[in-house]
Design a protein around this ligand. Structure first.
Ligand code: PGA
Length: 255
């Protein structure tokens, strides 16, 4: 696991984008795992800039998103389909046929979840998976207590996550109760992980994920078991870490 601490959110977003852009240049048909939430927005913004001004090409890329709320159609402005379309896909030259976001309105969720897993495999697996982290240590909607071997499935959202997300909905009761999410095991199958976190509200979760014991009570702590994981965070999110960490992945490569 390579932990990179940047001075602020913009710098961490640029650093994360550099990693994705590097992988994409090396493999134009990259299979890119994507996350929603406010943290990856800076990363998407920087990738859009690289596409528009430096010709970064997404035409052969396939994407798989981590999760989606159950019961929200893709047209709902709080659905993750909508979020991804507006904040990323509309701004790059991706082929819509290669975009995958779990379907919150699937008729049979069990069948859909197995299909999603198979679909990822049929593209040769995810090359690099972007991840946020919840203040409670969740990754995707794998809440504390999730099995560390879990696969794509329906999860009940915890009250903490629903409270964190209620700012996006008019009323608290409108926040969905269930989500469809890649499992921890699905995420761990990605060849590389790229976890981004910003701000002191994430400091405790980052401390548990990076330096705490491996536990289902902090699903993000599973990244300690991954062979190729980047954790790119800003100073406030790193404020509770005890170890000494680098400030760029490039020095590691060229030193
Ligand atoms: P955030 O969400 O980026 O909006 O903080 C991250 C997450 O809950 O996974």
């Amino acid at each position: 696991m390579l932990v990179i601490v940047k001075s602020n959110y913009d710098k961490l977003s640029e650093e994360a984008a550099k990693v994705v852009a590097d992988r994409l240049k090396k493999k134009p048909n990259l299979v890119l795992g994507l996350a929603t939430g406010s943290t990856p927005l800076g990363l998407y913004k920087e990738l859009i800039r690289l596409h528009k001004y430096e010709g970064l090409d997404f035409s052969k890329v396939t994407t798989f998103n981590l999760d989606e709320y159950v019961g929200l159609p893709p047209s709902h402005d709080q659905s993750y389909h909508y979020f991804m379309q507006k904040n990323f896909f509309d701004e790059i030259n991706i082929d819509p046929r290669y975009i995958h976001v779990p379907h919150g309105m699937a008729k049979d969720f069990k069948i859909f979840c197995s299909w999603y897993e198979e679909r990822i495999k049929s593209f040769g697996g995810i090359d690099i998976q972007v991840l946020g982290i919840g203040a409670n240590g969740h990754i995707a909607f794998n809440e504390p207590g999730s099995s560390l071997g879990s696969r794509t499935r329906i999860k009940t959202l915890t009250s903490t996550t629903r409270a964190d997300n209620k700012r996006f909905f008019e009323n608290e009761e409108d926040v969905p109760k269930y989500a469809i999410t890649m499992g921890v095991g699905t995420i761990m199958d990605a060849k590389e992980l790229l976890l981004v976190a910003s701000g002191d509200s994430k400091a405790e979760a980052i401390k548990s994920a990076v330096e705490g014991p491996l536990t289902a009570m902090c699903p993000a702590s599973i990244i300690q078991m991954h062979k190729e994981a980047f954790v790119i965070i800003d100073k406030p999110a790193a404020s509770k870490l005890k170890g000494t960490y680098v400030d760029t992945w490039e020095t590691i490569i060229f030193e």
